[in-house]
Design a protein around this ligand. Structure first.
Ligand code: CAA
Length: 257
């Protein structure tokens, strides 16, 4: 499928989603959020896809934020709905996606763009990437989960500093802050994301989903992460993947999931 603002390429068990509004620095408007949601729903049940990479088109930006032109005239209630619907449709949906989602941060990841990257399970950045949550400079705060996920990733003190100053940091500082897992030359970024996706794809998809669910549970105050882990651990037993993985070990061969 190829909607004009979202390019989708499925190859070798990886779905590469490229947000494609380069003239607007890939700003996230409602149509793009809807298209991403629709595409991810299809990928969720597509047995040929084991992982997802999200990136931005053009040289300059991953995503420069929520589309300011679209939300500038909204009132309070509409602003609240924008955040609520966006979080549900895209950001929480990605965080709880059962297949690993990797953000390939190829340039500016600001506001909703950094929030999108932070909702992904793993973040790799190009050496040109720049990240920040500058919403307070617009008289608003991050609304797509940024106040929560930035604090989870970099700690409360650094999150407060980044959000209240609106400061934009470069890739090396983001690495230093543990906001990204690794930084690569920009021409290598997608290749490195694909290498990581292939490494993950050698393992059991069922176990990977259970691991994502358990890790996320530890960051959800309504859940007991240890209990979720116990149940998820138990649910792996007897599955085809479990039988294949344990048999392969005992037979001294590589598993074929
Ligand atoms: N929304 C809408 N359009 C945007 C945009 C955004 N977030 N970011 C960039 N654009 C558009 C610009 O308006 C411009 O379009 P026109 O040519 O039609 O005027 C085009 O993209 C190119 O941008 P610039 O000319 O500004 O490029 P630059 O190189 O001079 O600056 C930049 C790059 C520093 C990223 C600058 O574009 C910028 O500051 N963008 C806004 C960043 C921002 O504040 N993001 C947070 C948005 S709020 C949010 O995300 C809320 C939330 O949490 C839900």
């Amino acid at each position: 499928m190829e909607a004009h603002n979202l390019l989708v390429k499925i190859d070798n068990s990886i779905a590469l989603l490229t947000l494609n509004r380069p003239k607007q620095l890939n700003a996230l408007n409602l149509q793009l959020i809807n298209n991403l949601n629709q595409e991810l729903k299809k990928i969720k049940t597509d047995k040929n896809v084991k992982s997802v990479i999200i990136t931005g088109s053009g040289e300059k930006a991953f995503v420069a934020g929520a589309d300011i032109k679209e939300f500038a005239k909204l009132n309070r209630e509409e602003g609240k709905s924008l955040a609520k619907n966006g979080q549900k449709k895209l950001f929480d949906f990605i965080e709880n996606f059962p297949k690993p989602v990797i953000a390939a941060i190829n340039g500016f990841a600001l506001g909703g763009g950094l929030e999108l990257a932070m909702a992904c399970h793993i973040r790799l950045a190009s050496n040109y990437a720049k990240m920040g949550l500058p919403e307070v400079s617009l008289g608003v705060i991050p609304g797509y989960g940024g106040t929560q996920r930035l604090a989870q990733l970099v700690g409360k003190g650094k999150a407060l500093e980044m959000i209240t100053t609106g400061r934009i940091i470069d890739a090396n500082q983001a690495l230093n802050y543990r906001l990204v897992n690794n930084v690569f030359e920009s021409e290598d970024l997608i290749l490195k994301c694909k290498e990581l996706a292939h490494q993950i794809a050698k393992n059991s998809s069922n176990a990977i989903s259970a691991a994502i669910k358990s890790i996320n549970a530890g960051f959800d105050s309504s859940l007991n992460g240890f209990e979720v882990e116990i149940n998820s651990f138990g649910s792996c037993f007897g599955t085809d993947d479990f039988i294949e993985g344990t048999s392969a070990f005992l037979e001294k061969r590589k598993p074929n999931f």
